[in-house]
Design a protein around this ligand. Structure first.
Ligand code: ACM
Ligand code: ZN
Length: 615
């Protein structure tokens, strides 16, 4: 990390010349997210055009990375012709003959010089990430505007990630998102070098994957009454005989299509099947899987369901049979190492009343219901292990005791993850205060309705450190990485999903990829505003950002206590007062006394965006 040379950069298109056959453009400086580990911009430009040839060394045109890269070059009307030897005016894709250990499996180098562009890596995966960086060196609207020539500054980039797990969860149970929407999500992940797609496929609000042996999971469990025209918290209960028109599920062919699409983008797909709670959809379809004394009539949920009392009976052998049968159909569809078995928020009131659960506990010599869940988790873990899969579970699985091979996803905070890493378990950090992108990104008063738990601003996400609180190198080795989670109770359109994800997902990508010592909020803020332009040009809906300022204090040369205001969105105007009620426009740090409360108003484009706020 010591030798990194870092230029704060942003894309600036300094000349756009219309020509009959397309446009010519000169790109000056770059705005790369995540910021590469090392980047220098040199004097001079290389011009990419349709006469630029391609050379591949150590890979062929039928290999996955080259196919992906060529198909994009073709979409942009460049004509990649593969030549047999490296020549001037070429784009070279090279697998290193001698592996560069610092780059690892995902790192890459890019050199742009007078003879062309060289992307080199130890693996195809590295080439793919090099190409993703290269795309960000091209004009924002490359996918929609035909450029005949693009002049790219000479540069050297050397880059590799900090964390191996760079994830994004999409909840398709609370609202169903179709194949093309999921693919668009995967495209977004790939652009930002995220590599783990956590697919939350089952919950109280719908079962979303075809299971042949239990067809009612789909015929009943995948559908609910439509309440999308009502606020989530105010959904009316189903009317007698009301048709269930909201929902859907992925057929096995669709799952295979999405898994293959993800693999082309070097993304692993991790299916989540919730055990033992969050199972209204299962219990409406197969009520015999509920506890013996549970006379609840379950229904696929259509609005808030809290506390989530639905739970599979732990004392019923047919439940274990059901789960194993389901896994038998899941396993062949997902080639990755992991299956997520949920484990969160399992309310155990039904277990407490159930004679079958009591019998199971007695037989196993268990003294509490957390241990009973622990037994179920281990049963599933052992079953999956025999078929070459490892489990991931939410941090509640720690409460019932887990094996050392289970990976823990820490969501109620980072403490569960820290504890698990101490015990030698692998950990994925996703503490809700930093990683839940279904929470408001800005003052709720000015936002579409979202999960009201807390405020997760772009700045907050950017300040996340997945390894905070980890005290030893041995523990650090167990922190695989982190992920952002998009739960979709309040999110019922793809546009809304994008609005919540962007640009916060960009911040998460930088947290996970870029060396922590190089993270620089002010610089990121400039780059992300260019990315918002890029994302909009590529048909993504982008969130507004937060207009809530924050304050830092310092001493000036005369020892006075000075307040500096900061804000997220460039162009925000802040007015403030420190107690006299007279608002002044903020232009520079100002003096404050220790007990002064700073009150602010934020305006953007002439509109009030954030009301008086006591900092
Ligand atoms: C969770 O948010 N219940 C994992
Ligand atoms: Zn039971």
């Amino acid at each position: 990390m010591q030798k990194k040379i870092y230029l704060p950069c942003f894309v600036m298109l300094i000349a756009v010349l219309c020509a009959s056959c397309g446009r010519k453009v000169v790109t000056e400086n770059y705005s790369i997210i995540p910021q590469p580990a090392e980047m220098t911009i040199n004097k001079g430009y290389f011009t990419l055009s349709s006469s630029t040839k391609c050379y591949a060394g150590g890979v062929g045109q039928n290999d996955q990375s080259v196919k992906f890269i060529f198909s994009h070059l073709r979409q942009w009307h460049f004509n990649p012709v593969l030549i047999g030897t490296p020549e001037a005016n070429s784009l070279q894709l090279i697998i290193n003959e001698t592996s560069d250990s610092e780059l690892g499996d995902e790192g890459y180098t890019i050199d742009v010089g007078k003879d062309g562009i060289v992307i080199a890596a130890n693996s195809e995966r590295g080439l793919f990430y090099g190409f993703q960086t290269f795309v960000q060196m091209l004009p924002e609207d490359i996918s929609v505007t035909r450029y005949s020539k693009i002049s790219i500054p000479f540069c050297h980039i050397r880059d590799y990630p900090q964390y191996e797990w760079r994830g994004s969860l999409l909840d398709v149970s609370r609202h169903f998102f179709g194949v093309s929407q999921v693919k668009k999500h995967l495209d977004l992940m790939a652009q930002y070098k995220l590599n783990k797609f956590h697919w939350h496929l089952t919950d109280d609000h719908g079962w979303r994957i075809e299971i042949a042996k239990y067809p009612l999971l789909n015929d009943i469990g995948s559908w609910r009454v439509d309440r999308d025209n009502q606020p989530w918290g105010e959904a009316d209960p189903p009317r007698e005989g009301e048709a269930r028109t909201n929902g859907g599920y992925y057929t096995k062919a669709e799952i295979e299509e999405i898994v293959a699409y993800a693999a082309e983008r070097y993304i692993d797909v991790i299916p989540e099947i919730e055990i033992p709670g969050h199972c209204c959809a299962v219990l409406e379809a197969y009520p015999q899987l509920a506890c013996a004394d549970d006379d609840t009539t379950y229904t696929v949920q259509y609005g808030p369901y809290w506390p989530p009392r639905a739970i599979l009976c732990a004392g019923n052998d047919s439940v274990m049979m059901f789960l194993k049968d389901v896994m038998d159909e899941i396993i062949p569809l997902f080639p990755g190492k992991y299956i997520h078995i949920g484990g969160d928020e399992a309310v155990k009131e039904n277990w407490e009343r159930c004679p079958r659960c009591a019998k199971r506990m007695k037989e196993l010599g268990l003294s509490d219901f957390e241990q009973l869940q622990g037994w179920m988790v281990v049963e599933m873990e052992n079953y999956l292990k025999r078929q070459g899969k490892n489990i991931i579970g939410w941090d509640e699985i720690l409460d019932g005791g887990v094996s050392a091979d289970a990976t823990v996803m820490s969501w109620r905070g980072s403490e569960g993850g820290i504890k698990a890493s101490r015990h030698g378990n692998d950990v994925i950090m996703t503490p809700l205060d930093y990683c839940y992108l279904n929470f408001y990104q800005a003052n709720a008063e000015f936002q579409p309705a979202a999960m009201p738990n807390s405020l997760v601003t772009l700045h907050k996400v950017y300040g996340f450190n997945p390894s905070a609180g980890i005290s030893s190198e041995r523990q650090r080795e167990h922190i695989l990485g982190a992920q952002c989670n998009l739960w979709t109770e309040y999110i019922n359109t793809p546009e809304m999903a994008e609005y919540m994800l962007l640009p916060r997902l960009c911040a998460m990508a930088e947290v996970l990829w870029t060396p922590e010592t190089m993270r620089d909020w002010e610089d990121f803020r400039g780059r992300v505003s260019h990315h918002c332009v890029r994302l909009k040009a590529n048909d993504y809906k982008v969130g507004s950002g937060s207009f809530q300022p924050w304050v830092t204090y310092s001493k000036d040369s005369e020892g006075r206590r000075m307040a500096t205001l900061h804000w997220e969105v460039e162009g925000t105007r802040i007015y403030y007062h420190t107690g006299d009620g007279v608002f002044k426009r903020y232009t520079e740090p100002f003096e404050v006394n220790k007990n002064d409360k700073i009150t602010t108003l934020s305006f953007f484009n002439g509109m009030l965006k954030e009301k008086a706020y006591e900092l």
